[in-house]
Design a binder for this molecule. Structure first.
Ligand SMILES: [Zn+2]
Length: 483
């Protein structure tokens, strides 16, 4: 098995990916805070991590992919207050919406999906252990991590601790209540006190809530252990979120939290980051009304995950046209149902017989090497996708039916490693179009009757009856019903 090179944010360079424990790979990517609808930027993050975990499985690794849900957070509490509903109601609503979006985008569910509110005991325990170890301290019902207890704080986010201190001092001046509590302005909260009646839990320090960073640290420990292979997320999480997760976990366990830190870039609209706070985003739901899931995925994968993407309707339409090239070529393969099930394509590795058949075809064998070569190079989907197009063009140009069929099947399989379904869009003709087609048939039948061409009008009626559509003549004209 050829090795994968990954760009490690921690070291700032590409490194050979060697899992800690043989063939097993533990992968944790920070999931959504469920307080609002997800937008294209979130879709990119989830699609990037979906492709990474698919590719690792394709390579034969035994992957445990964890994506958490932050279902308690100040953003959730504040939004719920605005709407005058309970924070858990709000979180549940947006969690269900997130799941529906992921399903629609063909993002496979993670192996484990811990929710912050299920791990309160573990979070409290971790904060207690840090206090006991002298790495954190209690102040006024809050618990803060003592940043001076961390050897290399700022290393992940490439920050200088003195700059951070002066920056934080500025901030603290505007937050009077924190001034007295923190020993050092850079210290961050593991636990925040809350007044009774607010959302919170009882703890050794009184009623309160966990800090966001502590949530991930304790969920990682609970479901994967003290050190994992890959920790990932959007590049906005590098600092302070991942820096703080790293500082507190490593201060407690005295071993690295993750061997590799991988971060994906954003989607920009007119060179500004697409985000909720800037209000320049399109929700996934909105986008899926205009574009298919494959179009969105292709648009995203045509860029390397570490490069920003500029969003525009023109570039989306270009992806839509490009997708047609792949779908047309894939139609030479016989249609196969996906098998269904809860997690239909958990193993993206091809079975031996299929892989051997692909290897015997020279074009496919060359294509395989190019595809794997580009994906091994820090998951360069932009190049991998260009090889899919190359293969599609060869399929369309081929005159040999058996060869075409085999290569078209391969095209679908390799596209599937990237999560592209290459679904035949003709199968998705919607109800609206169906009704228009039926109206046209009824009109043709009316015209035939008017011309006394009863052979044609009967033919239309009888053929429609065969597919379960019964035509009726009423005073207002002909209509139909499903029988
Ligand atoms: Zn996190």
């Amino acid at each position: 098995m050829s090795s994968i090179q990954v760009f490690n944010t921690l070291t700032g360079k590409k490194e050979e990916f060697v899992p800690i424990n043989g063939n097993k790979v533990s992968l944790y990517a920070c999931g959504p805070t469920v307080y609002d609808s997800s937008h294209l930027g979130h879709a990119r993050k989830e699609i990037v991590w979906d492709v990474i975990q698919r590719y690792l499985r394709f390579k034969g690794y035994d992957v445990t992919f964890v994506r958490n849900i932050t279902d308690i957070d100040d953003k959730i509490i504040n939004r719920a207050k605005e709407l005058n509903i309970r924070p858990d109601q709000l979180a549940r609503h947006y969690l269900y919406e997130f799941w529906a979006d992921m399903y629609a985008l063909n993002v496979a569910p993670p192996d484990i999906e811990p929710r912050a509110t299920e791990y309160l005991q573990q979070m409290i325990g971790m904060a207690e252990d840090l206090v006991k170890k002298g790495k954190a301290y209690e102040a006024g019902g809050d618990v803060y991590f003592d940043v001076s207890a961390s050897k290399d704080y700022g290393k992940l986010g490439k920050k200088n601790i003195e700059d951070l201190k002066s920056g934080a001092r500025e901030q603290v001046r505007s937050q009077e209540e924190l001034k007295e509590l923190k020993r050092n302005p850079v210290d961050f909260a593991l636990w925040k006190s809350a007044s009774e009646g607010e959302t919170g839990w009882t703890s050794p320090w009184g009623f309160g809530r966990p800090g966001w960073h502590l949530e991930c640290s304790s969920m990682i420990k609970s479901v994967l252990g003290e050190t994992i292979d890959i920790h990932g997320g959007g590049e906005d999480l590098v600092f302070p979120h991942h820096e703080n997760e790293k500082a507190q976990s490593e201060a407690l366990h005295e071993k690295p939290l993750a061997k590799y830190w991988l971060h994906n870039s954003f989607i920009n609209v007119s060179e500004e980051k697409m985000s909720k706070s800037l209000g320049n985003f399109k929700t996934i739901g909105d986008l899926l009304k205009e574009y298919s899931a494959d179009t969105l995925r292709l648009f995203i994968l045509q860029h390397h995950y570490r490069n920003p993407i500029e969003f525009s309707p023109e570039s989306m339409n270009a992806a839509k046209q490009a997708l047609i090239r792949l779908v047309r070529a894939s139609l030479f393969a016989e249609y196969e149902e996906n098998g269904g099930g809860f997690y239909p394509s958990k193993h993206y590795r091809f079975n031996e017989k299929v892989a051997a058949a692909y290897k015997r075809d020279k074009t496919l064998s060359e294509f395989h090497d190019e595809f794997v070569g580009s994906m091994d190079n820090d998951f360069n989907t932009a190049v991998a996708v260009s090889h899919l197009f190359g293969l599609a063009d060869k399929i369309s140009a081929s005159k040999d039916a058996a060869e075409r069929k085999l290569r078209a099947k391969a095209l679908k399989d390799y596209a599937g490693v990237l999560g592209l379904t290459l679904a035949d869009t003709r199968r998705e003709v919607d109800r609206n179009s169906t009704e228009q087609v039926l109206a046209l048939l009824l009109q043709l039948r009316q015209d035939a009757r008017a011309n006394k061409d009863f052979k044609t009008s009967d033919l239309i009626r009888n053929e429609l009856a065969k597919v379960g559509i019964s035509v009726m003549d009423t005073a207002e004209g002909p209509t139909w019903e499903k029988t």
